[in-house]
Design a protein around this ligand. Sequence first.
Ligand code: GTP
Ligand code: MG
Length: 308
Amino acid sequence: MVGHSSSGKTSYMAGLYSIFGDDKDGIGITTYDQAKNKRLKMIAHDIRLGKYPTSTDIASEYNFHLTINGDSIIPFNWYDYRGGALSQSSKNSPEVAALVNKICEANALIVFLDGEKIVQSTDDELEEEYEILLWAIQKSIGSKNNNNYFPISFVMTKGDLYDDYSVLYESNGLDYFMPLIKNIKDGKAAAGMVTACEVSSGGIYNIFPPLLFSLYYGMSDYIKKRINYLNSEIESYNKLWPNLLDDIFGELSEIFGSGSYKTDRQQARESMAKIQQEKNNLELLESCQKGMKEQIDSWVEENVILAF
Ligand SMILES: Nc1nc2c(ncn2[C@@H]2O[C@H](COP(=O)(O)OP(=O)(O)OP(=O)(O)O)[C@@H](O)[C@H]2O)c(=O)[nH]1
Ligand SMILES: [Mg+2]
């Protein structure tokens, strides 16, 4: 996720985690990093009491696992890009180059637009604020392969400041992004959406769409690549160790105990079991795609998101 300082990235992440973190029901996210787990929950707890987090002064990365009904399915990394860096940069700065690289490597992008700024800023202020970000996103899309759609979600934050989200949708700031939105719509490299959210003492609303949109469009490429890789691993294990999976001898040596060392074959069998487990997980995820698309379509119908 990328967005300027104070656009609401960390608050969003904490809001997301407070609802979907360690969720045992349906889709959830979890981190085994106990310190981060505690910190995210603490931030959300504080926000509900009206106290926001301090600014993220360094870029931080969360190593999450996607869970389905509490079972860990795939690992994914979520990068909280330090917003402050963008305002002080020029197009040729190393920080901007690093951002472009990061977006190129990513499976999904969530752009945070400060709900206060996009409504209040003048054209000049918007240009100063968003020119580099817009340029970086455009450049990244240009270098994506066109085999599948790269998901880009624009999240307008701080929706609680307005009686109606239409203020955000009709803002000068969102208008500034229209050329990029049109490019995404007309091209085949990316799939885009806009939504508004709020994370405040009044409640946490509308934070699931960017996650699901990112997952739906971002994961098919990942699943394909991973399954191809796992299949090639299975093939090479099978060549080296025929009939590894119904390895009776391995079972027997486990029962009788083979001393303090593990045989190569036992090790291979364990690796093979892990590969099979990951493949099962990926296939389970793949089977959720249809349901995810239906959910996204119903959000479009209900104007919760605007897709393009
Ligand atoms: N009213 C309202 N204010 C919000 C909301 N989200 C964030 N804020 C305000 O915006 C400030 C910045 O939020 P953060 O989540 O820290 O923003 P950030 O994008 O992580 O900022 P950096 O870490 O500096 O890049 C908070 O201190 C709040 O004052 C929201 O949903 N509603
Ligand atoms: Mg932050």
